[in-house]
Ligand binder design. Sequence first.
Ligand code: TXA
Ligand code: MG
Length: 339
Amino acid sequence: MVLIKQASDQAILEAAAILKAGGLVALPTETIYGLGANALDGVAVAKIFVAKGRPSFNPLIVHVPDIESAALLVEMNETSRAVMNKFWPGPLTIILPRRPGCAVSDLCSAGLPTLAVRVPAHPAALKLLKAAGVPVAAPSANKSGSISPTTPQHVLESLGDAVDFILAAGPSSVGVESTVLDLSGAKPLILRPGAVTAEDLHPILGPVAYDLGDHGHDVKSPGQLLKHYAPSIPMRLNAVDVEEGEALLAFGSLKFMGMKGGGFAKDLPAERLRNLSDTGDLYEAAANLFRLMRELDKPAHARIAVMNVPNQGIGIAINDRLKRAAAGSVIPHNKQGTQ
Ligand code: TXA
Ligand code: MG
């Protein structure tokens, strides 16, 4: 049976003991809930891959409580330190060369010479990392390929008894996974967009390109190969109206959103309508994204139509997740919106 406890100091100590003993602990972070294991313990890390059904070629992010703990694991220079000083704790994962003798299980790197490290900003996560005293490998606490969890309930629904302990601390505040920044090569690259954008990094790094693996060659982040965040029903992006049988994932005002064949989207029955942010606030939309995708993911709906979300700031991360979620959607009779 999985134990779920609110993240009191006592519960955090219990969770730390389970981690040290080789168990799996779902932990709250500011981005999403993670499925944690002691990164020094290969058997514990292997359990993550089994619980998630994750392909073993997909490496994991290792979480540490501070920069000095990261310095034991990866090669740093002035630039990467400057980035860490500015953005940690926070929703930024940094990929760097593994240090020779780095004690983290090779499974976390999935055969690559690099390691992804992050100091999360959630107070309960930081307390847990300090109490455990070991680096913690933690991918999203969901089945591989499905929608990432932003509440303890999502973790329970997705993983059930495959996890030993769920440390509960309400909904995640950011709502999309951390930005993955690769600093292991000649030029900095963002491999996964998140709350920290190229614009935010510019003062330290200069221009930072996005490489989201959508060019089909030389994919740098194995996670990019996978269909991700997918609901079980199809999605139709950039919808400018709502078609028969569809549910609507709205963004901003519904004033100009109509039903194909007549009527207004605002009059849809409550179960067919969710709004990422009534006021068009991109941060609110990110925080709501995965929960609302889940709420509309019902067999009663033919499909989820999604309104256009501006591709700026954290909107870049929202659109990345939406695009991946829709990637496998077969839309037989109607064309995908192009706006
Ligand atoms: O917000 C987050 O980052 C959450 C919380 C729990 O911290 N974690 C998370 O982990 O999203 P996961 O495993 O779902 O995503 C990690 C991504 C994957 O796309 C993986 O391929 C990539 O980071 N990655 C990890 N290590 C890498 C490496 N050494 N080189 C390239 N990509 C790497
Ligand atoms: Mg994931």
